[in-house]
Design a protein around this ligand. Sequence first.
Ligand SMILES: [Zn+2]
Length: 641
Amino acid sequence: MSEDLTTKIKSLTVAIDKGERTFPSLLERASIYQRQKKPEEAIADIKRAMEIARQRGRREEIGKCHFKLGLVHYGQKKYAEARKEIETAVEHNCKEPTLEMWRTKIDYDMKRENEDKSTPATTATTAATSTTTTTAAEKSPENASKPEPAPTAPSTSIDAINMHAPLKVKIRDDWYQTNDSVVITIFAKNIKESELQVKFSTSGVSITFPTGAGSEYNYNIEHLFDDIDSAESSYRVFGTKLEVTLKKATSQKWPTLEASNQAAAPIATQSSDAPLSYPTSSKKAVNWANFKLEDDDDGEGKNESEFFSQLYANTDDDSRRAMMKSYVESNGTVLTTNWDEAKAKTFETSPPEGMEPKKWGTAQAAIIACDFMASTSKHLLSFCRKMHVTSIPMRWGSGNNYAYLLLDQPTKNAWLIDPAEPEEVQQFLAKSKLNYELKAIVNTHHHYDHAGGNQAFHKLYPDLPIIAGKDSPLVTYTPSHEEIIDLGDDVSITALHTPCHTQDSVCYYVVDNKTNERAVFTGDTLFISGCGRFFEGTGEEMDKALNGILGKLPKDTRVYPGHEYTGSNIKFSQTILNNDAMKKLADFTNKNEQTTGKFTIGDELEFNPFMRLGDPAVQKATGATNPVEVMSRLREMKNSM
Ligand SMILES: [Zn+2]
């Protein structure tokens, strides 16, 4: 590897010295220096390249150099300088597709760094009078002395990268109060006192402990409803839980745990190290102007109420945005179509008596808006769906693959699933103007048209975990069957092992706990009205995958397969099945190029012959009754079509 790079540097140097392709060669050599952790050399090359671009008067090329300088500074953790270079790149019309991603990433790290500076290190003694730091290790002299050393600089080893994986096991929390104290309970088993940190300040509390698999639980409230006596506050570890008792500074009933101007619920996160946790302040405002409201004429919404169909018929996108923004922000009490008014203002609401305002965040209001309006407007229906899953077509016309961006709305945490073609994916995302922060690259299986982007994304984001089955390149974490991983506040993902197409096939079942939306990313295991070939498995395994696992998911779970194969699939399934669901699917597919996310597990159970092994029509067509035999024969018939 390093020899390759050295050879490459030599040939680039020859080209540069000869004056051949000097500009791109300098930038390429700079990238290699950067990878070799030689920032000074990289900067020197980029500055030479910038000089050439200036002499030629090429604005975009100057922008590109500033972009590259930004990346080098980012690598040096000089975030302010990195930010400045990226800004200058933007001013010079730099067209790098990852520019926006980097801008978001740098902003986030800057913020994180500032927060770190303002929070005293837990193991250091601090003179700050308002903060009392108590670690269990300090309290019990037997196991006192050394706190765990911080993990050393990341290498490319799986363990090191796993330490950065934002994996979470669900840990529930709750609180109650007496007249003079508040008790927060964290339901986690076997917390080691020596690794637990509980910090009290006069206005807040933070709790941190490792949960195994290199991940860490963080619970932070910056602004409690009222001040506490930090010296008198305490905690106790039990076998199944941790109890933290906050001593109230003033005896009075707290209507909420957090100060009322803090809209969000306490943030409990888990991640590899504390800085990766997501404090309330990192939440970004919804960018209403960027929401796409599409007219997907899919025949849904025939029963629209007179009111909404008329309203929609006469409104443009801006008016629709205004409606959605006003309705959501006001918790359903204001509906305006005036975008000029709506874009600048925040619509207030006073929650009904007895309701806590914090329970009425944007997401909550969005559910109400969606529940109420979804049945009346197909536009809003598509808006609701697009909040969480973005389908990214790749290799269109050849493999017809899909990558997906799965987003947790409140935290903006995102998974990028099967981004096999990095350039196509990045261009698509740059255009989409979505607001997100990548937390993992994820594969459904190891085939190149799903996992082929891992190398490139790993180069771009070396700290990002690659979550996949065991055979994917550069995989850093393979979740167990039925392991639950939280993406953020709302979205939880369950890994489902479905070996057959490949032995390492994993489907990801996703639930949005706020909206109750469900989706499953099925890779090449389940297609709409079809299934993948049995490259590494048997009919028995596919039967288990489709009918023992995926077919048992809730019927309203939307199916997001790895390819758009519906058109060719139905050519086969129509020869086997001839029911209403099949006809509707054929009709939809004739009119729409993309069918992903438009159908559910419930639909599959109707129109997918591979999921109707007991259907007399399917048994007749295959001449078999034993489910495994029916499955195997169906696949053979499809293969020979
Ligand atoms: Zn495949």
